[in-house]
Design a binder for this molecule. Sequence first.
Ligand SMILES: C[S@@+](CC[C@H](N)C(=O)[O-])C[C@H]1O[C@@H](n2cnc3c(N)ncnc32)[C@H](O)[C@@H]1O
Length: 198
Amino acid sequence: MTSSVQSGPWEFLREFVKSPTTTAAVGPSSRHLAAEMVAPIPGKGDPVVVELGPGTGAFTEAIQRRLDGRGRHLALELNARWAEVLGEKYPGVEAVCADARELPDLLAERGVRADVVVSGLPWAAHAARDGRTLVSVIAESLTENGALTQFAYTATRWAPPARRQLGDLRASFDETVISRTVWRNLPPAVVYLARRPR
Ligand SMILES: C[S@@+](CC[C@H](N)C(=O)[O-])C[C@H]1O[C@@H](n2cnc3c(N)ncnc32)[C@H](O)[C@@H]1O
């Protein structure tokens, strides 16, 4: 039987109840937040775009629309069911059930580096492991002029894990810009755009 994932609130809520720190949201992001997240993807050429924590595909859809058949789109999702369904729904996406930490190996296997990383990952995924932050692992996987987008809910932006995450971005990238609040998202969020890995 083919598994099916509805992108509605119940699907997210169910996964949130099963695994709150990994899912870390009770609903998918809005198309308004998605538009801000995918803005750094170049409008020309064949960029390699990596999506981390795609969930039910709120950003996947926007990335696919922006690429419009160009480049490459690799998506790493820890939830096996969501990864499987994502691959079925978007044939243009290489959906892999993997931890975001495996990114360098997965890119090396394909012989590419990422031009843009779009991350929907929760705080829990960012905890330092083996003395390394996830942001530094991502930075290492990007091209010289590469960019990373990550969102943060405005209500929890000042909590210690969120501040640590912003500190990690500033330590690993030349420039980190914070967007205006995207109010048309539940809950409202900002997007961190980090450019040029150090
Ligand atoms: C807050 S949800 C975001 C989903 C989607 N991008 C959105 O904005 O609607 C976080 C997603 O990250 C996934 N995730 C959590 N930790 C991960 C990890 N270490 N590697 C890959 N995916 C992870 C979760 O399974 C979940 O799908």
